[in-house]
Design a protein around this ligand. Structure first.
Ligand code: NAP
Length: 349
């Protein structure tokens, strides 16, 4: 297949850098256009974006000039890692101008006509796009990926839909990289836990039900989710402890088998970013841990461990995923891969 040119809105931020790193050498996509705020506009990427990843900045991209987020200027397919304070309007303007916007930002996630996509969980929600175009009058489109904690929870719950999910209680331990750069001040987080992340609990509670729902997410899944979200002094990787009430009252062995056997459309299509398996079940009694497990499956796998009976609900476990990869850039790239594989060349929609 000829490589598809892509642009990155918000290319200079934490997630933007992950896009650059993960698109370097991608078999289908080639980053040819980088955009950010007026603070970065006109500067070489290497000067505008102080590089914060262990993988080196690709030379060719470092020399590229950062442009303004002007609709119509970049390639048809653009990834968005824009700050939420500006993402809503900029992404809409790009969709109106004919771009396919594959976004990380929260702004359009709960719009009933915008897919909130996890390819392993609800690939069929892409079916919303023709209606989105018709109703909104856009020549382009917007597709979003979930909040970085929600994606981990929804992936772990997906195999349990088989038994019917009635109630979920989740407590997160979220990495500081989830707050962008410079993020949480060191004096607030070192040797400490901050038991509040603005808007995060509401996002986990609502986004999960849209993702697991039907009719493109317009009929939310019938369950109740209660989330507690906490910021902890970890660099990368959101960990969460989850208790779940399952209608069919399966044995723990049955839940374990459902998790281990889980595979879906991205694996079937052998998409370049699809982890195999998508869920890694840890057998060690003290795993998953962020330092040891966040990078599994090239940062795209969700690790689950400590599956055991819950005396209050039915079963309980620990889940972990990489917040800037599976929770952001990697998730959006997998979304775009699915869109290409399922829909043919993007311009055909
Ligand atoms: P970040 O490091 O603060 O980067 C924000 C980006 O937005 C930068 O490229 C910045 O450009 C650009 N920007 C800010 N104001 C702008 C404006 N007025 N016009 C155009 N561009 C502007 O944030 P991040 O952590 O990468 O997060 C990016 C998005 O992804 C956010 O919506 C966030 O909620 C979401 N997200 C983040 C994570 C995570 O784990 N970090 C996970 C999931 C989703 P300049 O450098 O030029 O200012």
């Amino acid at each position: 297949m000829r490589s598809i040119e892509v642009g990155i809105l918000g290319a200079t931020g934490v997630v933007g850098q992950q896009f650059i790193a993960r698109l370097h050498g991608h078999p289908w996509f080639r980053a040819t256009w980088l955009a950010a705020s007026e603070r970065s506009e006109g500067r070489a990427y290497r000067d505008a974006a102080p590089w914060r990843l262990a993988a080196p900045m690709p030379d060719a991209l470092g020399a590229m000039t950062v442009e303004a987020c002007t609709p119509g200027r970049g390639p048809q397919l653009v990834f968005s890692a824009l700050d939420a304070s500006v993402a809503g309007d900029i992404e809409r303007a790009f969709a109106e101008a004919g771009h396919i916007v594959v976004s990380n930002a929260r702004n359009h996630r709960m719009d009933p006509l915008v897919p909130l996509l996890i390819p392993e969980v609800n690939h069929e929600h892409l079916g919303l796009l023709p209606e989105q175009r018709r109703e909104k009058g856009w020549t382009g489109a917007i597709v979003t990926n979930p909040n970085c904690s929600t994606v981990v929870l929804a992936m772990a719950l997906a195999p349990m839909r088989l038994f019917g999910i009635r109630a979920v209680i989740v407590s997160t331990m979220q990495a500081v990289s989830g707050a962008g750069y410079p993020g949480v001040p060191s004096l607030d987080i070192l040797g400490n836990i901050v038991p509040f992340i603005g808007g995060e609990e509401e996002k986990m509670e609502s986004e999960t039900l849209k993702i697991l729902g039907t009719d493109g997410g317009r009929i939310p899944y019938e369950a109740v989710v209660s989330a507690h979200t906490n910021r902890v002094p970890v660099v990368d990787g959101h960990t969460m402890t989850v208790s779940v009430d399952l209608v069919g009252k399966p044995s723990i062995a049955e839940v374990d088998a459902a998790l281990r056997g889980f595979s879906s459309r991205p694996q079937e299509l052998a998409l370049p970013s699809a982890p195999v398996p998508p869920i890694i079940v840890c057998d060690e009694p003290n795993r998953p841990q962020p330092r040891l497990d966040a990078d599994r499956g090239a940062g795209m796998a969700v690790s689950v461990g400590r599956l055991r009976p819950c005396p209050v609900l039915h079963a309980k476990f620990v889940a972990l995923g990489h917040n800037t990869v599976r929770g952001a850039a990697g998730a959006a790239i997998l979304n775009a891969e699915l869109m290409v594989a399922e829909q043919g060349h993007l311009v055909m929609w």
